[in-house]
Ligand binder design. Sequence first.
Ligand SMILES: Cc1cc2nc3c(=O)[nH]c(=O)nc-3n(C[C@H](O)[C@H](O)[C@H](O)COP(=O)(O)OP(=O)(O)OC[C@H]3O[C@@H](n4cnc5c(N)ncnc54)[C@H](O)[C@@H]3O)c2cc1C
Length: 497
Amino acid sequence: MPPLLSLPLLVLLLLSPSLHAADDICIVGSGISGASTAFFLTNYTSALPHELRVFERRNKVGGRLATVTVSGDEFEAGGSIIHPRNLHVRRFAALLGLAARADGDDDDWLGIWDGGRFVFKTLCPPPPGSSWLRRRLHGVANSLLLLWRYGLSLFRMDSFVQEMLQKFLRYYNGFESRPVFDNVEEMLKWSGLYGLTQRTLEELIDAGMNSQTISELVTVITRINYGQSVSMSGLAGAVSLAGSESGLWAIKGGNWQLAAGLLKTANANLHLQEGIDSIFDAGDYYVLKSNKGQEYNCKVTVIATPLDEVNITFVPPISVPPRKMQHTHTTFVRGLLNPKFFGLSSVSDIPKLIGTMELPDVPFSCISVLKKHSEHDMTYKMFSRTKLGETLLDQIFSTREETVRIDWPAYPHYHAPEDFAPIILDGKHLYYVNSFESAASAMETGAVAAENIARLIISRLPLGLRARLSSPSSEKGPPEPHMESFIGEEDSRRVDL
Ligand SMILES: Cc1cc2nc3c(=O)[nH]c(=O)nc-3n(C[C@H](O)[C@H](O)[C@H](O)COP(=O)(O)OP(=O)(O)OC[C@H]3O[C@@H](n4cnc5c(N)ncnc54)[C@H](O)[C@@H]3O)c2cc1C
């Protein structure tokens, strides 16, 4: 016969977090992937019968969606641009009542720098307040200039991107015509995108584009958007090229509000500043131990952060293919660029966006003007693969009032053929959203992966989640899920700004 428990011990055990119901759904990470998972789980069910917990080791939500303050102004520090065909994010913004702002405009002034000189520059835009006709003429002249330098390769580049986007749109199909996927390979094969992950961008576009377009324009774009060269995988490359299209936008006040709003809508129990240190498989549930010494019993655990640089102990261990994260050092500077560094005589000759070629002497991927305070006072954002030292910054800038640095483990380092971690890490209920990030990293790909995982959980759980996913024809049920309202929107390419 077991010894009797003393009353204080009994009370202690009853209050112990490890005795929490083992039916909770727990999400590790409050970035757009974790927040979207929480949102879709609640959105696709009438009501979650159990607690939905979201753990975030930092003191704020959003992860790689964050703003930075430079001299009192706030700027996007991580994920910044949203493509007009990013339908989940677009709908999130609408549902949450978040306003959009245009990011990048038609009169952006691009220069391509090879470490010694500008090999190509678009035309300097007309001054603000110029007539519509003058701005239009400037746009036409720039198009002709690009056509003259890169020729028909521009059309090949465009059709490569459009083909990818068209296939990606399949992820917005209704439930009847879109399966639930339990591995990334099948998910990509179904949409027709898998092939793009098995060859490099360079291999895929080599036949249709001249070498100058690849070494200049395409390289500039992949270096800006993923800090990588054209030897990255073709799908990540195509996503990166899509990020140079027109109609790009962002959330006014910061994209992190998407994550915050989705978590609130999902009514998630948010554990801020509570990192998960270990995940122990206890048979029917997982025990999550946090850095606050707490334990949580979770029926389902969703990992919504790249596992490559976080230190979570899994018992028993899990196996994911090795993946390196590409670090992007984001340096914000309030000051003024030094024209001499760029071989120019006046600062007014320096383009607003400086893209760079893949050459050993080029120390950064790009520099862009975020805000022009006056002709001699601007705020810039730079991306580089390594930290930019003080001496180098003093050469690049003639004056520097404020410098803010962020070192992001920004996105996977893409290669081809790409391999993928499982979505279900243990054959049970341990899920991994960021396995899809090996296809391409973006807010929207995080949301697409999260939506699939929410459906997968619902389809595999005997929790009595009243989802309509298994019976789409049912008349009754919760209000229209987020997905269904996409019908008819697929062709609409622009957001109303
Ligand atoms: C510089 C930069 C520029 C980018 N530009 C764009 C862009 O223009 N457009 C675009 O669409 N995308 C862009 N991206 C990519 C985009 O930001 C990411 O793909 C996306 O934000 C990833 O979201 P996530 O939720 O998957 O991961 P994350 O945002 O990284 O979220 C993971 C969260 O998990 C938390 N966490 C980690 N470990 C633990 C733990 N043990 N316990 C609890 N919490 C934990 C982290 O603190 C983090 O908050 C950019 C990224 C960077 C860095």
